[in-house]
Write a protein that binds this ligand. Structure first.
Ligand SMILES: *Cc1c(COP(=O)(O)O)cnc(C)c1O
Length: 396
């Protein structure tokens, strides 16, 4: 039987290769950081990690992880409601709620699970989800698992959101759901307006703060800080896998009755293992650090401003951004790949994105800034962009 299936897969995989869409994985042999070592031995500056605050290998978090390991052991061997809840899990949930100004938090193995498990326990066919067209794959999957009516609005388009809210007016409960940062451009939707429209049309709001938490807003509290609507959204999902240390873990935080219901009915929570104590303990330390000082957030914002202004001055076409994502527009798919390859030769690791990851004709290189980057790292990268950009006639 497998022969037929093997033949089928081999052909499909070849089709992926022929379409130029095969994803290769570059192997890193050092910890994640501003400077990394590739398997070839080449040392490069990393500008494509979600390591926004530079915490992926931060000594404080490594220490806290070791302490968690020493005190609470390696694994939990259980889901939360059987015997997988420690004092550490409860403490981290509380820290996350304090950080976002919410009432309670539920942890998951990943944000993918948080989004996958949030809609189905809360909404039925009587209800409606009004979803941004560019929302993350995990939100789309979560919506699919739920019987609620679906309405989609043009990304970040508040007029279209209004139309969709009108179309959904007969639904019992309505939830507007959006990413807080769109990861290919780096922009933040107008969350203030979303909250206004939600109030006007009797809807609730859910934000996925995975790319914005730790980054957006003066203290990195995310889109609700940027738009001054803290405490005014019902639900926030997020990840521990980006700014917050980059290990693993996700969460939903918000109104306490919602969180209580998710603990009863959310399938990825009920039927999947509890986070390991070392990750949870490092998470607690991480949120403590974020309240003790704003140093990392300030550094990230300075780095982002510096990079954006120097690149714009050099003549590069940069998408408007309010996050640490900087999309250097090249429009042409092959050019984006050639430019990324030449930058790697210069010791700069960035990724070129093209259709279908972004719209046709909108190929780009996405640069992700980090608090771990030094001024020297930034200057070297800007110089490499200018050199390669001139060679490839992207800039004059
Ligand atoms: C990265 C990301 C996720 C998934 O996070 P994991 O914790 O890695 O599963 C979900 N939503 C958005 C918007 C993301 O950027």
């Amino acid at each position: 039987m497998y022969d037929n299936f093997k033949e089928f897969l081999t052909k499909e995989i070849q089709d992926i290769r022929d379409a130029g869409l095969y994803k290769e994985e570059r192997i890193i042999v050092s910890p994640q950081g501003a400077e990394i070592t590739l398997e070839s031995g080449q040392k490069v500056l990393n500008f494509c990690a979600n390591n926004y605050l530079g915490l992926s290998n931060h000594p404080e978090l490594v220490k806290a992880a070791k302490e968690g390991l020493d005190h609470h052991g390696y694994g939990m061997s259980s889901v939360r409601f059987i015997c997988g809840t420690t004092d550490l899990h409860k403490k981290l949930e509380q820290k996350i709620a304090e950080f976002f100004g919410t009432e309670d938090t539920i942890l998951y193995a990943a944000a993918f699970d948080a989004n996958g498990g949030v809609f189905e326990p809360l909404l039925t066919e009587q209800d409606a989800i009004i979803s941004d067209a560019l929302n993350h794959a995990s939100i789309i999957d979560g919506v699919r698992l739920c019987k609620a009516q679906r309405f989609r609005y043009k990304s970040a388009d508040m007029e279209d959101l209004k139309e969709q809210l009108k179309a959904a007016k007969d639904a019992r409960f309505k939830v507007i759901v959006t990413d807080s940062v769109f990861s290919m451009d780096g922009h933040v939707p107008d969350v203030k307006r979303i909250v206004e429209l939600a109030n006007q049309y009797g809807a609730m709001v859910m934000l996925d703060e995975s790319h914005s938490a730790g980054v957006v807003g003066k203290t990195g509290r995310g889109a609700t800080e940027l738009y001054d609507v803290r405490g005014q959204v019902e639900l926030i999902t997020g990840t521990l896998g980006k700014s917050f240390g980059g290990a693993i873990g996700g969460f939903t935080t918000g109104k306490k009755e919602i969180i209580e219901m998710l603990r009863q009915r959310s399938r990825p929570y009920l039927f999947s293992n509890s986070l390991p104590p070392m990750v949870v303990n490092a998470g607690i330390r991480m949120f403590e650090m974020m309240t003790e000082t704003n140093e990392l957030q300030d550094k990230l914002h300075q780095n982002t401003d510096y990079f954006l202004s120097k690149m714009t001055d050099a003549g590069f076409d940069i998408r408007p951004t309010q996050s640490a994502i900087c999309a250097v527009m090249l429009y042409d798919a092959k050019l984006s790949q050639d430019m990324a390859a030449k930058l790697l030769d210069e010791g700069i690791y960035v990724i070129g994105f093209y259709y279908p990851v972004v719209a046709k004709g909108l190929a780009r290189i996405r640069v992700q800034l980090s608090a771990a980057h030094t001024r020297e790292h930034l200057d070297k990268t800007i110089a490499a962009f200018i050199k390669v950009g001139k060679e490839l006639k992207v800039i004059k």
